[in-house]
Design a protein around this ligand. Structure first.
Ligand code: FEO
Length: 398
């Protein structure tokens, strides 16, 4: 894709990554891809905001050289040091040796830690402004969205917010880069939610704090470092992030995420009965087989639905391993304020339910039901599963 002038004198010079399989080495993007959005401001002075991952250095520099004599670059604004945004920095400095790097105090230390860079750096303070000519940049410290050094840059005269990871999402940009020109906005919103839960949600309190710092300021455009640029409705992505962030401290939407694992379909048959019970109460449910789905996708629903049904058998005296892994990631991401229930086959001995209850207690989940059964479920077990599904659904409606 070629550079795009997104506002007068402001160019998107991002690149798409369709070759990385796991973002951060953890989160699947093989199908979706991701964009590393970078922005060039051409004014009396020139400034780059956010960069790209090292693997796309050649593409990125080709992109940039289409709209800038790189050697003349004056400033590089480093909102965030994670290498998906800073990876091209060493090469860029070879081509633009006079460019001044701008970042918060922790960025200065990280520039040395990650790249051995110690010169041509200007340390910023919260709220500091920089005039480029017609345009002024204001640097707002927004720690832990999602690293300690993160800041957001606000372009005062044009009301453009460059929030880096904040308000970002997975998904390569297939030609269209704006919210009003993309072919499937719902897809990008779903991928923004997945990105939020995978990358940012554990720091929801910091996200809310960051949003508060821009309250009352005119925001005409939100230009994050991943995903769509929001120009038609910039408030939309801010509202979504704000709503999602509140779920760290209060119950989420009415709905249930059902996670199941099964070895010989005994647990799966009981799950099926429990789903009948949920359906009878008219509560929406999203079902994931933990053996087949990556937890990256489960997190979107775990985060935004207040109910969780865990159905898993005992394996070697404990919880089915794939389920244990899924719940461990939920714990890592601080998935809290859930109402939950458990069922599963004890196989020949049991142990899964105890492991589940320990995990639920650790996460502060309210467990409203749970039972297990030896071997396969008999008619009574299926009735019990159905009743438990109904009980869980009722509990989250109140
Ligand atoms: Fe897109 Fe935290 O890096």
């Amino acid at each position: 894709m070629n550079p795009v002038e997104i506002r007068p004198g402001v160019f998107w010079v991002g690149v798409n990554d369709r070759v990385t399989d796991l973002f951060e080495g953890l989160w699947p993007i093989s199908r979706e891809g991701i964009s590393y959005n970078s922005y060039l401001i051409r004014d009396e002075k020139t400034a780059l905001i956010d960069l790209s991952k090292e693997v796309l250095t050649d593409d990125y520099l080709a992109q940039l050289s289409g709209v800038l004599d790189i050697a003349s670059l004056d400033y590089v604004v480093i909102n965030h040091m994670e290498p998906d945004h800073s990876g091209v920095l060493v090469r860029l400095r070879e081509l633009a040796p006079n460019a001044i790097l701008l970042g918060m105090p922790k960025t200065v230390r990280m520039l040395n830690d990650f790249y051995g860079i110690t010169d041509n750096i200007e340390q910023l303070s919260n709220g500091q402004e920089l005039s480029l000519g017609k345009n002024t940049l204001r640097f707002v410290y927004t720690p832990f969205v999602h690293w300690p050094e993160t800041m957001m840059t606000y372009m005062v005269e044009q009301g453009v917010l460059f929030p880096c990871d904040g308000f970002g999402g997975y998904g390569a940009l297939d030609g269209a880069i704006f919210d009003d020109t993309c072919a499937d906005l719902a897809y990008f919103e779903a991928e923004a939610l997945r990105y939020f839960t995978n990358i940012v949600a554990a720091y929801s309190k910091s996200v809310l704090s960051a949003i508060g710092k821009f309250a009352g300021l005119p925001i005409e455009m939100v230009a994050p470092a991943h995903g769509l640029i929001w120009r038609k409705d910039p408030g939309r992505i801010i509202e979504l992030y704000e709503t999602w962030s509140t779920y760290y401290r209060e119950p989420a939407e009415v709905g249930i995420t059902a996670l199941f694992g099964t070895m010989y379909r005994n647990t799966e048959r009981a799950l099926s009965a429990a789903l009948d019970g949920i359906e009878a109460e008219g509560v929406p449910v999203k079902v994931y087989d933990v053996r087949k789905s990556h937890v990256s996708y489960m997190l979107s629903d775990l985060w935004t639905r207040r109910g969780v049904l865990v159905a898993a058998p005992t394996y070697e005296g404990g919880l089915f391993p794939d389920m244990m892994n899924a719940l461990a990631m939920a714990d890592r991401k601080h998935v809290a304020h859930k109402t939950a229930a458990f069922l599963g086959s004890k196989a020949w001995g049991g142990g899964a339910q105890n492991d589940f209850e320990a995990m639920a207690q650790r996460m502060g989940w309210d467990v409203v039901g749970g039972f297990d059964f030896l071997g396969g479920p008999d008619a009574g077990d299926l009735d019990r599963a159905r009743a438990m599904g109904q009980q869980l659904a009722r509990a989250i409606k109140t």
